[in-house]
Every structure is written in C-alpha cells, then in structure tokens.
Design a protein around this ligand. Structure first.
Ligand code: AHR
Length: 506
C-alpha cells in the first residue's frame, strides 16, 4: 500500500488553540487521591502534591484542566472543599459509589495548577442536584476580588487574589440518564440559559460551555443540540462533545480491531454534525455570534469491563477505590493519536478539548501508592503532538490513500494525517496507519522553502496488545523510524508506516 500527502501553506485550517491539549481531573477513583495528591508519599511536596506526577504532567504537555467532574460534579457541593481541612465533611459520592473526603478542593486545585506551571482551570458547576444560586456563589467566591461575603471567605481561606477562572462548564452530560439530576433538553436548556445570564451579570468575561451530547450515538443526539442551542446560543461560547472508544467484543471472544482503529472517522462525523447544528442555529437566529466545540472528554475507555465496575452496597462506600484503571496497549495509543489528528483537522471548529482523564483513571499517567509513577502507551502520541503542534497552524491535509472495510463505519481511509506549520517554522506531519496487516509507503510533498532535514518517530510494536506496567514501565516507547528518506530537490519525504502505527514526521 502507498499514500501521499501534499502540504501547502496556502491551505490553512486554523491556528492550533493551546486549549486543544487540555485534560481532565475528576474526583473519581485514584485520579485526585493517590494520583495528583498523596500526602505522605516520599516524593510529595508540602501541599501533598506528588512531584513525580507533576513532572510527568509537564512532560505530557497538557494545558487547560477541566475539574472537578464529570459525573461527580452533578452531586458536588463546592463549599465542602474549601476552608480548614479538618472541618471538611465526608460525603457520599453517588456517581462513583465512593466516599468523598473533601481533603482536596478548589484551593488545592488552583495551587496544584500553579505548581505544574500556571495551567488554566476549566471549572464545572453542578446543574444536577443544584442550580443557579450555587453557581453564582461559586463564581463570586472565585472571581470577585473582595469586599463581599463570599469573596472575603476566599481571602480568609488563604487566597487573597481572585482565581480569575474564565472557562466554565454548565453542568456535565445532562443528556445522560446516568447523570444525577438528568434533565430533558428543554429543561436543561432553560436552566443553562439562566445560569449563563446570571453568571455574566457577575463576570461578563467568562467563557461558557453548554452541554452537548455524551456520545455521538446517544438516542437524543442532534435533537438535544438543537433544543439546547436554540435556548442558549447567544449566551454561550462552546457546546461540548464527549466520546470514548473501545474495540467491540464479538460473540466469539475476538475484538473488532478494524473498526476500533477507525474511531477517528466517528469523531470526525460527530464534529461535523455538531458544527452543522451550530450553523443552522446561527442562521435561524440571524446571529453574528460564534459558538465553538469544546471536546471536553475524549479517550479510549473499556467502559463495560471489570475495571470500570463501581462498588456496590449500602455499607460499602470506599475512599478513592481503584476505578477505571485501564491498561492501554499499542493499538489504544494508535487510536489516541488518530483522535488527536482528527481534533487538529477540525481546529477551526474545535477550540478546546480535554483528554479524559489525567492520572490513574483512564489515564496517560499511572501511579503506585507510595511507589513510582509511569507513562502509559497513550502518553506518547499526546506528548509528541503537544510538543510539535502547540503554537502552530493546521494545514489542510490533501491526502490520498487506500481504504478498508469496517463493520461499524463502512469503507474508511487506511491513513489519517494532518500537517502543522510550527511556530518555529518547522513542519510536522502526524499520521496513523490503520491497517492491521499491511505497511504503507507514505510520501509527503513539503511546502516550498522546506526540505533540509527530517526525522520520524513511530509508535509500533509487532504485538499490538503490548502495554506498559509498573513492572515494565518502558515496554512501549516511540522509536526513530529509520526508513525515512528526504529528497531535498523534490521536497519529498518517504517513510514506511508499519501496520497499526502512529508516526510524527518532523
Ligand atoms: O470520564 C469518566 C466519566 O465519563 C465522566 O465522569 C463522565 O462525564 C463521562 O461519562
């Protein structure tokens, strides 16, 4: 098989928004407790933040962090997580059938983000069990400099300066029947519109994300976006998309890897469909306002399998149980790289995204209690894409490749690829070979003025199910792809893409 990509600066998609490399920290399992926060760990700082995790978070290159949920936020009282730690209440977390100790809350999150490097906080409000008043209280607490009851409470709790939180999620997955306080589109749209209006009366500069669908395949998909956007269009800046992918288990015990490797096709369709509803709403309302997509939960997640089973029982509400601790394979990492390529290709519509999640829970970074932290396979395509694409401009991929048949998505391209013109004027091409068995001779025609030096890093193993574990932390890493060949006179690069592989050509 062979394929060809033409890179030309004349075809710009959009600048790469830094927020595309966001991630997500939820009070769920060991993401916060035992993940980013483990007082008593030999490598923890005075605040109880694990420094080994902070180092890996920096290396991963994540930007905005969405917090504190997820399903968790739909039952959360933010006040529980502020003030003296000894006085904070222990609460039931209905979403994950756990006990929330509240030893980590908003102030700790702000301090942790400062320790990482000043990353932006994207705060979610509870529109499940709560509503307008608690949203307004939280915004006053966070963003008003002082002189009112709640802003002075923040100062008394040790934060003299306001947190200045810009991005706010108006609830989480309110279309999902599993959500505490789940609503229909009419009721949610009305509530979100009033929350947005009230929040803007406090701080007109906030950027608001209204809940779209929890998945492309939701029964209410499309109609939900239509109703919710009709009610909120002028007062929000983003509509959210969430998507998780895993290879379907067939009745014979095998997995549909061919469809799984084409998950980017579904994500691309999802983005295009939501963009169509945004455009239709804008037209119907004769608006001059733009709404973008915040793809604020995306990843591979083996959602129906053992690690994702919540605890059960009236007397069984564990603190920070092991939950959703998926161990990612090479194939999972290739899909993750493919999804990132898809987000970049849609950088004109997708202005923010959050890899869900960050540590231990469906995460690129894993930790052992009292022990080491290490990188899962999915760490690498994310960190390399962030490294080369941040600050750059996405160029429209003029790509020709063969196709293959999938059970879920029909006939799909074998190759997915995008090019980014970097802030340092370099060009990086990200590419996946989705084929299960065939290498691909990939040709890149570079823009004028380039063609002096090229390197390629490829993530591939003959065993596509190979993974990194605490015992074997470096089993899977990207390798220099020695097949790369640059012909400067014709500005052409050739590189061989092994089957089931992700490559960055820089
Ligand atoms: O990321 C795990 C869960 O997935 C989140 O809590 C929820 O929003 C989604 O369904």
């Amino acid at each position: 098989e062979s394929s060809r990509l033409v890179v030309d600066d004349a075809f710009e998609v959009a600048p790469v928004n830094d927020r595309l490399f966001g991630s997500f920290v939820e009070h769920l399992g060991r993401c916060v407790y035992g993940g980013i926060y483990e007082p008593g760990h030999p490598g923890a700082d005075d605040e109880g933040f694990r420094k080994d995790v902070i180092d890996l978070v920096r290396e991963l290159g994540v930007t905005t962090i969405r917090y504190p949920g997820g399903n968790f936020v739909s039952g959360y009282r933010w006040e529980d997580g502020v003030g003296p730690k000894a006085e904070r209440p222990r609460r039931l977390d209905l979403a994950w059938h756990s006990t929330e100790t509240n030893q980590f809350g908003l102030h700790e999150m702000v301090k942790w983000l400062q320790a990482v490097g000043g990353n932006e906080l994207m705060e979610a409000i509870n529109l499940g069990t709560r509503g307008l008043e608690s949203a307004l209280d939280l915004l006053e607490y966070a963003n008003i400099p002082g002189g009112t009851a709640l802003s002075d409470r923040r100062r008394a709790n040790g934060a003299d300066m306001p947190f200045g939180i810009k991005m706010w999620c108006l609830g989480n997955e309110m279309d999902g029947p599993w959500q505490t306080g789940h609503k229909n589109a009419e009721d949610y749209g009305t509530l979100a519109a009033s929350a947005a209006a009230g929040m803007r009366m406090i701080d007109p500069d906030v950027e608001l994300v209204v809940c779209g669908s929890s998945h492309h395949a939701m029964d209410t998909f499309g109609a939900w976006e239509e109703t919710v956007l009709e009610k909120t269009y002028e007062s929000v800046d983003f509509v959210s998309c969430h998507a998780y992918y895993h290879p379907e288990l067939r009745s014979d015990g095998t997995r549909d890897m061919a469809s799984f490797l084409a998950s980017g096709v579904d994500m691309d369709g999802f983005i295009n469909d939501v963009a169509a509803v945004i455009d239709a709403t804008k037209a119907r309302l004769k608006s001059i306002h733009d709404v973008f997509i915040s793809f604020d939960e995306w990843n591979v997640w083996y959602i129906d399998e053992e690690p994702s089973k919540s605890p059960e029982g009236i007397d069984n509400w564990p603190e920070a149980p092991k939950l959703l601790e998926d161990v990612y394979s090479v194939a999972d990492a290739v899909v993750l790289g493919d999804l990132l390529i898809t987000l970049l290709k849609n950088a004109d519509r997708v202005h923010a995204a959050s890899l869900a999640q960050l540590v231990n829970v469906i995460a690129p970074i894993m930790t052992e209690p009292n022990g080491p932290a290490w990188r899962q396979t999915i760490f690498y395509p994310f960190s390399l894409t962030a490294k080369y694409a941040k600050g750059g401009t996405v160029l429209e991929p003029k790509l020709s490749s063969g196709t293959y048949k999938t059970a879920q998505y029909g006939e799909v391209p074998l190759i997915n690829s995008v090019a980014v013109r970097g802030s340092d004027n370099s060009v990086t091409v990200f590419v996946t070979n989705r084929s299960l068995d065939t290498s691909n001779d990939f040709e890149i025609r570079l823009p004028e003025g380039s063609g002096t030096f090229a390197v390629a890093q490829t993530l591939h193993e003959d065993d596509i199910f190979a993974a990194n574990t605490c015992d074997e932390q470096q089993r899977v890493t990207p390798h220099n792809n020695e097949s790369i060949n640059l012909d400067s006179s014709s500005r052409t690069v050739h590189v061989t893409l092994p089957p089931v592989s992700w490559t960055a050509v820089h």
